[in-house]
Design a protein around this ligand. Structure first.
Ligand code: IMP
Length: 424
């Protein structure tokens, strides 16, 4: 069976959860490899809608082994709440496994995330405020607390006391904030640890062996290619590796075990937070896309910035992720537009390019160059097979394939499982 990475091909929020959910039906294992509770994945199944921040989408299939792997930063408050939420709706969490090596987001990480953003004023990054950046910073500084320490009560207390003292110095003396009470933090986190302990194990061998022996592993990406800490639009990025390579870094599965990389994209582009967005629509077309596409953050509720599809971004995603297929969603949202546009290149002061400029975030001279295609009026939400798609919609799909040189394996016309159409 293949080992498939599902990766966001844009700036996140591409509805990867739905693609993972479809693949999970025939998978053995679904593995979340990076990010934290900054992510929000929505899955609609059997008329019920589930929103996950940390738990892999495959959890709704009790026979699928679900793993939160090493590369994820886990907020124990969020994870225990998600587990309780599953139980409250009669779903099992017995198929969930948490890496002993994953790092833990502590209350001070959330506080530092907020204080750091506030102190930046107009140049704030627009983070989700979930403590993700500060937790990864501790990991890189080699002072982070990992899950195996979380579930060891003696070690947890001493590590937390040392870290709270350290962070209080920054909270008070750098930002003028209120210090945390170490005892209160220890008892809060210990309570979460009790709940999470039964799920903790060595997931490196679990995932690595599954990927090598028989396959059937789906690696669930969070965020998107252009939010990658190294290959994204730095500094307006997240602090992890959303790209396909992150699936290896964050789990222990070797690169040669990956057989398929699906890039998930919307039929247009969205972005939340600050940073350059070459095809942004600051007009009624953008507003219409936002309303029809319900483009408000799953995690923060923030309105998303909306714009035309950007083939430069998709080509870049194809390159750095080694995409074998694309899955294009939200096609129904574009219905009713007289014409639809795709950015095919960028005009810069020093010339025209069809490649993503390395200094993209700093480019003030960039003008997107568009190709305009005929739109379609038909409501697509009830279409179940490719033959039912309007000719202009199909022409749009085929043009994306030509511009990216990647085959589109599926499109979706709504949030439900049944609204995914396979293409040949
Ligand atoms: P952080 O990951 O919360 O530190 O936020 C850093 C940047 O990544 C901000 O621009 C966020 O809006 C963006 N970001 C983080 N997670 C997501 C996501 O799941 N979808 C879309 N954008 C995200």
């Amino acid at each position: 069976m293949p080992n498939t990475v599902v990766v966001g091909a844009q700036w996140g929020d591409e509805a990867k959860g739905k693609v993972v959910d479809c693949l999970a039906q025939t998978a053995r294992m679904v593995v979340r490899y990076g990010g934290g509770s900054n992510a929000g994945h929505t899955v609609t199944a059997g008329g019920e809608t589930f929103k996950f921040h940390l738990i892999p989408c495959g959890i709704l299939y009790p026979d699928v082994v679900c793993v939160i792997a090493d590369g994820v930063v886990i907020d124990p408050a969020v994870l225990t709440e998600e587990i309780a939420g599953l139980h409250a709706r009669g779903r099992t969490s017995d198929n969930l496994h948490i890496s002993a090596n994953a790092h833990v987001i502590m209350p001070y990480h959330r506080i530092l995330d907020r204080l750091s953003e506030e102190s930046k004023g107009d140049s704030a990054l627009g983070t989700t405020g979930r403590g993700v950046g500060p937790a990864y910073a501790d990991k890189s500084s080699r002072i982070g607390i990992r899950v195996h320490e979380l579930i060891d009560p003696n070690r947890l207390a001493s590590r937390l006391r040392e870290q709270v003292a350290d962070k209080n110095r920054i909270i008070q003396h750098v930002y003028g904030g209120e210090p945390l009470d170490a005892d209160a933090v220890v008892s809060e986190i210990q309570a979460y640890a009790e709940v999470l302990k039964p799920y903790v194990r060595d997931t490196v061998s679990l995932v690595g062996k599954a990927a090598r022996n028989g396959g059937g592993v789906v690696f669930e990406g969070a965020q998107g290619t252009l939010l990658d800490i190294d290959l994204g639009t730095y500094p307006y990025v997240t602090s992890s590796h959303p790209i396909a390579g992150g699936a290896c870094i964050g789990t222990g599965a070797g690169p040669t075990s990956i057989t398929d990389v699906i890039g998930v994209a919307k039929s247009y582009t969205t972005r939340v937070g600050a940073g350059i967005f070459p095809t942004e629509l600051l007009d009624e077309i953008g507003d219409g896309i936002r309303e029809r596409g319900h483009e408000y953050g799953t995690t923060t509720g923030r309105p998303r910035r909306c714009g035309w599809l950007d083939a430069v971004v998709l080509r870049y995603a194809a390159l750095v992720n080694g995409l074998t297929r694309l899955s294009v969603g939200h096609l129904d949202v574009l219905s009713g537009l007289e014409t639809v546009k795709i950015a095919v290149g960028y005009q810069l002061a020093d010339g025209y390019t069809e490649d993503l400029p390395v200094d993209l975030p700093n480019r003030t001279d960039l003008v997107a160059v568009y190709e305009e295609l005929a739109g379609w009026d038909e409501d697509l939400t009830g279409v179940t097979e490719a033959e039912g798609l309007p000719a202009n919609c199909m022409a749009y799909i085929r043009r994306i394939e030509e511009l990216t040189d990647v085959k589109i394996g599926s499109v979706s016309v709504g949030p439900a499982r049944e609204q995914m159409i396979l293409l040949s």
